[in-house]
Design a protein around this ligand. Structure first.
Ligand code: ADP
Length: 444
């Protein structure tokens, strides 16, 4: 087992990894930017190393500074969390070259899944359905014919995409070439790589994703699905497990397929395969995320498995302590992302938190690094807490989440709490009528 792990991240996920390491008896080092000097992870980790000024490029994306911190503190492994360097194959390669274990999949898997057009292709070869679509597009001529064959509406997506950026829906063929050009410019700015591809656009789908974990011996287990249909600007806001739309038969059948596919590819570590589900119940593979995800706690709650601990254990070469037949899904879990932003416009609301009282009581878990007096910096993601409500069934989970939202106090910044209160009381939500256009519909 590792003796000491460096956490190359901040905020709630840095705290989450610290907690897992404490349970495993592993020492922790966090790296931090000047803006995070007074943060909770800095206070809670065994050691902390400042790696630069607030801007990401000078701190949390500063590979030489992070590797130097790892060498100085003599760690065995680096946990990248999510975002920042978590899906940077180059960073994973550098860690390995320096004799430091990267807590994640092999770099070639990160590279493969980081190319969404290629990921579609390899997963299709392994029996997963994908929406009709194109390969990557260079230039702008021949894809007009391809889009015609796919049938409008279509969506243009960045090959290197993430975070809902660089996507454009096109309903009118006359707008295609202009939209492709704009998408390429956006993708170039956001991801360096300007390549895009075109896919059939599904109206009102559900976003359903499957969690997998694979050890070095090739034991691959799926932990069922999460539904993440409640989104704003193609970004998740509320997630739950299980999905009311997925039957036990569908879970078993698709779960088996995804576990086989990742084992066949030689994948290791935790990972998530994202699908869109159409109203007829067909699943289409969209992409695979090669990291621990923000919404992992809902799966932890219904399976009883600590995903971060397991992720660290398999990175250390341990075999999974469970088999597929050991996995049982019990109860229901919902997660609300509490962001420091305006609940109507989603514009970030940086500032100082003047009061912070997290809710408690039966079935409530709060993953956060926030506290009163903390300054929410404009430099980083606006998520300040994850509110997680578990119950024996969906009705109780909803009741507990409503109670938790109503008793949570965050002052000094605007938050998404009022929006979640509205969602949790909407009949479409309570009756499980969800789709990725849910928020537009209820706000219309
Ligand atoms: P990212 O990696 O940027 O998060 P994804 O490919 O995971 O992008 O897609 C994010 C969201 O965008 C999906 O959950 C869905 O709401 C929407 N989306 C993506 N592709 C399609 C599609 N073909 N049809 C309809 N919606 C889509």
């Amino acid at each position: 087992m590792f003796r000491k792990v460096l956490i190359a991240n901040r905020g709630e996920i840095a705290m989450r990894v610290i907690l897992a390491c404490k349970e495993l008896g592993v020492q922790t080092v966090v790296v931090y930017s000047e803006a995070d000097r007074l943060s909770l992870p800095v206070r809670m980790a065994d050691e902390a190393v400042c790696i630069g000024p607030a801007p990401n490029s000078e701190s949390y994306l500063n590979i030489p500074a992070i590797i130097s911190a790892a060498e100085v503190t003599n760690v065995d492994a680096i946990h990248p969390g999510y975002g920042f360097l978590a899906e940077n194959a180059n960073f994973a390669e550098i860690c390995i070259a320096c004799g430091i274990m990267f807590i994640g999949p092999p770099p070639k898997m990160i590279k493969l899944m980081g190319d969404k057009a290629l990921a579609r292709e390899v997963m299709q070869q392994r029996g997963l359905s994908v929406l009709p679509g194109t390969d990557r597009i260079n230039g702008s001529k021949h894809f007009e014919r391809l889009a015609e064959q796919i049938g409008y509406p279509v969506i243009i997506k960045a090959v290197a995409g993430g975070g809902g950026k660089g996507m454009r829906v096109v309903r009118d063929p006359g707008e295609l070439s202009r939209s492709v050009e704009l998408a390429q410019v956006e993708a170039g700015k956001a991801f360096v790589n300007p390549a895009v591809y075109v896919e059939k656009y599904l109206e009102h789908p559900r976003h359903i994703e499957f969690q997998v974990i694979v050890d070095r011996d090739g034991n691959a287990v799926h932990l069922g699905e999460r539904e993440c249909s409640i989104q704003r600007r193609h970004q998740k806001l509320l997630e739950e497990a299980p999905s009311v739309a997925v039957t036990a038969e569908q879970r078993a059948a698709l779960g088996e397929k995804v576990a086989l596919a990742v084992r066949d590819l030689g994948y290791e570590s935790v990972g998530t395969l994202e699908f869109l589900m159409d109203p007829q119940g067909h699943f289409y593979f969209m992409e695979m995320n090669t990291r621990i995800q923000v919404e992992h706690p809902v799966t932890e709650a219904v399976t009883g498995i600590d995903l971060v601990k397991e992720q660290i254990l398999v990175a250390a070469g341990e075999s999974l302590s469970f088999r597929q037949q050991d996995i049982e899904w019990r109860g229901h879990c919902i997660e609300c992302r509490i962001n420091a932003e305006c609940p109507d416009t989603f514009v970030p609301s940086p500032g100082t938190i003047t009061a912070f009282i997290p809710p408690g009581g039966p079935g409530i878990r709060v993953d956060t690094a926030a506290f009163a007096s903390l300054k929410i910096s404009q430099y980083y993601d606006s998520m300040i807490a994850k509110l997680i409500a578990y119950g024996p069934d969906r009705t109780v989970a909803i009741q507990r989440m409503r109670r938790a939202l109503d008793t949570m106090v965050v002052e000094g910044v605007k938050t998404t709490i009022p929006l979640h209160q509205k969602i949790l009381r909407h009949s479409d939500f309570t009756e499980g009528r969800l789709s990725t256009s849910f928020l537009e519909r209820i706000n219309a």
